[in-house]
Structures are given as structure tokens and as C-alpha cells.
Ligand binder design. Structure first.
Ligand SMILES: [Cu+2]
Length: 308
């Protein structure tokens, strides 16, 4: 993303599918059982997981990415997101006779929309420096309710990680350096996602910083493999949505959102009659999470794109 530009007048259309799979909770860098997650919440600061603990989550994303080259050095783009989130839970002690039972919630729809301009700052025979000036607009719904957790009696707001957008305008600046050889290329990129102020529910999502390094090796003119190392930092949420009581579940706790993740990306790409196909498997190698959160096991990304 944000790592290349197009010639003036050229278009690129890309469809990308991403799936992130999370099972089990983690305290810091230590995986714990579902029962231990409920026990931990009895004495954590703040106290949490009294109504339920999350046990598993699948986060899917469908994405439409359109780019257009405007000048020799400037390409504009947009990304339209459709997240689909499913979370499994185990009810806790405050659920009374239902304690120990399980339930699943689901949410999907439009996410936030990114608009940006990629500006090539410097280029020579073997190098490109590309500045990404981008931002997102809050088209994703951040306040939906569900009656599933209570067994159909009362409705409550979806917890933070199940919401479709940030609710804020975000600045998303980034910078990429790429170096080319005849047999492949190396890239390094810093990409950020920075909410501006608070949303109408009176909170702000994490500042996010991604530092990626990758090497892509050409096997033939039409086939390549890649290896990528991603460092991801997120801080905790600011403010507080009054409809997400911390005591109920850890996914409502603003101070249990930050952390550090180290991801590996193992990818392959093929160019077939002008259609570019990409797949990447992304295991999470290490993570250190604030408070208690679901741990990320792996992600996968598959995309199709075509330039005109
Ligand atoms: Cu492109």
C-alpha cells in the first residue's frame, strides 16, 4: 500500500481481501486460558470481564483500491473498506445462571474511507522515495447495538474492536523508500494512522505506526516471492464512550487497546495477461499487549489488480 505511483493518465483498480484470525487472550506477552481471562478481570485495573470475556475473533476486510496517475510524480488514490467482524465469547460470573455459556456477535458494513496523494520526492535509476499524504473520513458506523449478550433482554453497544470505523477524521501520512536490482527490490516504509480529536461518542482510537521492511525476489518476469517484516505499535484509546462500561468486558476498556506486534509476511505475486495476483500469509511472531486483549495468531491477504 502506498508503495508505488502510476504514469499520468493511468488507472489501477484493486480488490483486496484480508482475514485476521485471533484466538485466546493474552496478558502482556503471555497467552492465558478463557477461565484465567475471567479471573484476571476480577482484580485488574479497571475490573473487567464480569459479564463475559472474548475468546475468539475473525476480522475480515473487503477493500476496493483505486489509483490514478495525475502527473509524472503524483498519483491520487482512494480505498473503500467493508469490514466483517465475528467474535465468540464466554459469559462471566455477573451473567448469573448463564455464567459459563457462550455467545457469538457479528457486525459488518462500510468502514472508513481513505483518500490520498502519493508524491515521488526523488527518483534515480535504482531508487524511489514516495511520500504518502492521506487521510480517512469517518464513513464507518461506530455505534450499533446488539441484544445477543444479554440473551435478548437488553440491548448494548458493540465493544470497540467490533466497530466499523474510528468515528474521527484521521491523518495517514507515510514514507516509502524502494531500491531496485535486476533480480528484485528492497523496500522500507513508515505508515501511520492518526485520529484527529475525539469522535461524537467522545473517544478516539489508537494512534498507529507501522514500520515495514521487505524484499521481493523476481523468479521470472511474471513471478515473484517476497518476505516482509512488520513492526506495529498502537497506543491506547483516549476518552470514553459512556455506553461501554469497563466492568462488563475487556473489549470495552480504553486502556486495553495498545501494544506492539511483530509480523512476518511470506508472499507471492504473479502477473498473468495484465492481471496482477498477490497472496501473502502473515503469522504474528511476537506481541506485547496492554492489559488483556485477544492475541493475533495470523492474517492472510489476497488481491487482484489491473492497470489501464
Ligand atoms: Cu497502483
Amino acid at each position: 500500500m502506498g508503495d508505488h505511483i502510476h504514469a499520468p493518465g493511468d488507472w489501477m483498480v484493486e480488490y483486496k481481501y484480508m482475514n485476521m484470525y485471533m484466538e485466546d487472550n493474552r496478558i502482556g506477552s503471555q497467552t492465558v486460558s478463557d477461565a484465567a481471562a475471567i479471573t484476571y478481570g476480577a482484580t485488574s485495573d479497571p475490573v473487567t470481564n464480569r459479564m463475559a470475556t472474548p475468546t475468539q475473533m475473525t476480522h475480515e476486510m473487503h477493500m476496493l483500491h483505486i489509483m490514478r496517475g495525475m502527473t509524472e510524480n503524483i498519483t491520487i488514490y482512494t480505498m473503500i473498506m467493508l469490514p466483517s467482524v465475528t467474535m465468540d465469547h464466554l459469559r462471566g460470573p455477573a451473567a448469573g445462571p448463564a455464567a459459563g455459556t457462550e455467545f457469538t456477535t457479528h457486525n459488518s458494513g462500510f468502514g472508513d474511507t481513505t483518500l490520498g496523494a502519493l508524491m515521488r520526492l526523488y527518483t534515480d535509476e535504482n531508487d524511489d522515495w514516495i511520500l504518502n499524504l492521506a487521510g480517512s473520513i469517518p464513513t464507518g458506523d461506530i455505534f450499533r447495538t446488539t441484544t445477543i449478550p444479554s440473551g435478548g433482554t437488553t440491548s448494548q453497544a458493540f465493544p470497540y474492536p467490533m466497530r466499523l470505523g474510528s468515528g474521527t477524521f484521521n491523518a495517514r501520512p507515510g514514507l516509502t523508500w524502494k531500491h531496485y536490482w535486476e533480480f528484485g527490490s528492497f523496500g522500507t516504509q513508515l505508515q501511520t494512522d492518526l485520529p484527529i480529536g475525539r469522535n461524537y461518542r467522545n473517544y478516539s482510537v489508537s494512534d498507529e505506526f507501522r514500520l515495514n521492511h521487505w524484499y521481493s525476489h523476481l523468479i521470472t518476469d511474471h513471478l515473484s516471492t517476497s518476505l516482509r517484516v512488520e513492526n506495529l505499535w498502537r497506543n491506547n484509546y483516549g476518552g470514553e464512550d459512556p455506553m461501554t462500561p469497563d466492568m462488563g468486558i475487556s473489549t470495552n476498556v480504553e486502556s486495553f487497546r495498545g501494544g506492539y506486534w511483530l509480523n512476518l509476511g511470506i508472499g507471492g505475486a504473479a502477473l498473468i495477461n495484465g492481471h496482477l495476483l498477490n497472496v501473502e500469509f502473515v503469522p504474528t511472531l511476537y506481541q506485547d499487549l496492554d492489559g488483556i486483549q485477544l492475541e493475533t495468531d495470523w492474517s492472510m491477504v489476497a488481491s487482484w489488480s489491473k492497470s489501464y
